[in-house]
Design a protein around this ligand. Structure first.
Ligand code: NDP
Length: 277
């Protein structure tokens, strides 16, 4: 039997990147999935990719919604319950590093931008957790929150509010994991490093082509990514699926898995020291 057979998963931010790869993986391994994002065309691309992976149409629920709105969150949850009757897995993946009106993401960015970054990367996760809690309690379900190596401990001066929101998300996840495990609900976190997705298009205003070039070039710099290549969405999807799979990871509670090809273990000074292997 497929490992997610009989499970219902909600994957936020699945109209692109890591969320799309995660939805495809969970669905192709037996889960019924709700896919969601604001962009209906990209969401349809995800739906088609899930179907192409051999999943029955009846096992995919496609919801166009803004995760930062109460209406959007309610629609995602109610349509999942209406179509599939339960929720077993919530992947809080939607997130972005959005510059302010002047293209800035550093520490002098506007307070409006801070509020926007907190609303998307932290508050929407808190709200989705609160709203799905009764349903996940019934199924003894799983939550996987997608953070970032930007959360620390290294400084991220180029993305101050985004990194701050992700750091808050990590601590929220740890605290809430202890609260919810008594109800049978397990929460864990994945921190990706650089992953070739639409993230840089939003964060740095790059075209799709330039974004791809950026990720490939970073993968060629061992002092940036020791693994020697940039992460692909599928590398993260398999880690997320591991934490969403109770049989595989049931004794892991409130923990963070870093999947970054070694990036966060490298210090800038290493590239100066050099030396032979
Ligand atoms: P993408 O830009 O490819 O995907 C982001 C997804 O989030 C899209 O599906 C987008 O959908 C959705 N999203 C963004 N804002 C909203 C919103 N207001 N309402 C609903 N959906 C929204 O990026 P990634 O796949 O890389 O990002 C996934 C997660 O991984 C994020 O949390 C990100 O912070 C994290 N991450 C990514 C890294 C990377 O290098 N790629 C590194 C570290 C962490 P739509 O536009 O259709 O609304």
């Amino acid at each position: 039997m497929a490992r997610f057979s009989g499970k219902v998963a909600v994957v936020t931010g699945s109209s692109n990147g890591i969320g799309r790869a995660t939805a495809i993986l969970l669905a192709s391994e037996g889960a019924k999935v709700t896919i969601t994002g604001r962009d209906s065309e990209r969401l349809e691309e995800t739906r088609q990719a899930v179907l192409k992976a051999g999943v029955q149409e009846a096992n995919v629920n496609s919801v166009v919604a803004d995760i930062t709105t109460s209406k959007g969150q309610d629609l995602i949850i109610s349509s999942t319950l209406k179509k599939f009757g339960q929720i077993n897995i919530l992947i809080n993946n939607a997130g972005a590093n959005l510059p302010d009106a002047s293209g800035n993401t550093r520490s002098n960015c506007t307070i409006e931008n801070l509020q926007k970054m907190l609303q998307l990367n932290l508050q929407s996760v808190v709200e989705m957790t609160q709203k799905t809690r009764p349903h996940l309690g019934k199924t003894r379900g799983e939550i996987v929150n997608i953070s970032s190596i930007g959360a620390g401990p290294s400084a991220q001066p180029q993305s101050v509010y985004y990194s701050t929101a992700k750091a808050a998300l990590d601590q929220y996840s740890r605290c809430t994991a202890i609260d919810l495990i008594s109800e049978g609900i397990r929460i864990n976190v994945v921190q990706p490093g650089l992953v070739s997705t639409g993230f840089s298009t939003a964060a740095r205003g790059l075209s799709a082509d330039d974004s791809l070039k950026f990720y490939n070039s970073m993968g060629e710099l061992p002092h940036c990514i020791p693994a020697g290549y940039c992460g692909q969405p599928e590398h993260l999807a398999s880690v997320i699926a591991f934490l969403a799979d109770r049989k595989a990871s049931e004794y892991i509670v409130g923990q963070t898995i870093i999947a970054d090809g070694g990036t966060s273990l490298v210090l800038g000074m290493h590239s100066v020291f050099g030396g032979k292997k």
